[in-house]
Design a protein around this ligand. Sequence first.
Ligand SMILES: *Cc1c(COP(=O)(O)O)cnc(C)c1O
Length: 416
Amino acid sequence: MKTRDEALALDRDDPLAPLRNRFALAPGVIYLDGNSLGVPPVAASARAQAVIGQEWGEGLIRSWNTAGWFALPRRLGDKLAPLIGAGRDEVVVTDTISVNLFKLLSAALRMMAERDPRRRVIVSERANFPTDLYIAQGLIEQLDRGYTLRLVDDPADLPDAIDDETAVAMITHVNYRTGYMHDMASLTHLIHQAGALALWDLAHSAGAVPVDLNGVGADFAVGCTYKYLNGGPGSPAFAWVAKRHQNTLAQPLSGWWGHRKPFAMDPRYAPDEGIGRFLCGTQPIVSMSLVEAGLDVFLETDMAAIRRKSLALTDRFIELVEARCAGHALTLVTPRAHAQRGSHASFEHPHGYEIMQALIARGVIGDYREPHVLRFGFTPLYTRFVDVWDAVETLRDILDTEAWRAPEFAARHSVT
Ligand SMILES: *Cc1c(COP(=O)(O)O)cnc(C)c1O
């Protein structure tokens, strides 16, 4: 891609181009942060009006039954399932990734304690998204049974770290900073060869890259709906549990929504059959309802088409940044190999924060992650090739003119 006209030609030939109309995109903005918060689907607004005006306003309490509110976590789970290679009754949309990790990691450790109590190690990566590590640390402290968290610094060290002491390998498929993607099939196989359980975090995978949880034989997974699935700020996350484990697992947040008969008002907890036992309490129905507007867009395409365009976008972006911003100390931290790349591209620069603020001031919205990383997410459903071209030209201008040195760009906001 050497000219803007070439970018426009790629957009004309793009089979996914019509799906951009399904999104309410802010005018004058090139949005490269769908990996952090997706944009609103057009349908979300009408859905919100219907939930608040009719379902809540007119239906009132009756809507738990008549509008399907009570069944929503399972129904949306079934709709999401094909995007991650899961089947029916295997996914619930609920809570946050942090809370779902707590539930699944606890359940996995308990299951392993019965099978092989000597296994007391949780393996993960130091570069994992911190909340995943925080949850593991909190759980270990709370259980107080000698569990430890073993962290590797290089993905290549995972095979050695996963051994006969390992209970669970808790791995994030696509790294939030670098965009590095693990080979889920071979790593799951390796984890099982070592006798451990595989818990995958799909935060940067669901809706971004093809995932085949049942195909690879994984045990557990979590992910969120507000990133590539465009569910809205703070929309509920999801939890997946392989069918073979569902009825033998106990999770510690044994709230009434996971009870076999919530309205029997039985003083004793009895877990529901199947995936329902991974629910806890009353769900945020307004927010959860909007998740469906995001999922519905995926019904018009498939993950293979999304992946093709994602790689075409990130390839072009990397190539253009390296060609047009050469000599500006930007270092690619995202793998060049397609098999190891998710759907974002990150560059390090000593003044990454200021440069990102300058980009945002000109309507090119990416984000910044400590230390020094400029992160650009590509959402094939609405990102165009011409956006790639224009974003790189804006970046080039900011670097060439040193516009990022303006003092206002150094002020730190609480969310970067
Ligand atoms: C975004 C993200 C989270 C977010 O967790 P919440 O509890 O839903 O806020 C967790 N893990 C990873 C890997 C993420 O990328």
